[in-house]
Design a protein. Structure first.
Length: 100
């Protein structure tokens, strides 16, 4: 299971209509030498209204990797959770809040 990190990088808030998609891009580089394999996923308590691509790959030191978060609400109201992008050397966590 994916566990949120101790520090939150930021809060991402998206608003959308039912069954419509709102998206947000995060650009990230490997802060260390070379490249690092990553995994991007949401914590298990994050509603399925949220998705992220890519979910795995390599972060390069000199080139951004763009992660696309999508929020497609299946019901009315506010939902929230955590996105975690982690490598062997670091873990970055964002709180995500979606509303209709």
């Amino acid at each position: 299971p994916v566990v949120a990190g101790d520090e939150i990088e930021g809060v991402i808030q998206l608003q959308s209509q039912l069954n419509r998609v709102a998206s947000f891009d995060i650009n990230l580089r490997n802060p260390y030498m070379g490249f690092a394999d990553f995994r991007a996923a949401f914590t298990s308590d994050t509603p399925l209204d949220w998705s992220v691509e890519p979910t795995q790959g390599s972060l390069k030191q000199r080139e951004d990797t763009t992660f696309v978060l999508k929020f497609k609400p299946q019901g009315m109201g506010i939902v929230q959770g955590y996105l975690v992008i982690e490598t062997e050397d670091f873990k970055k966590t964002w709180q995500v809040i979606g509303s209709t």
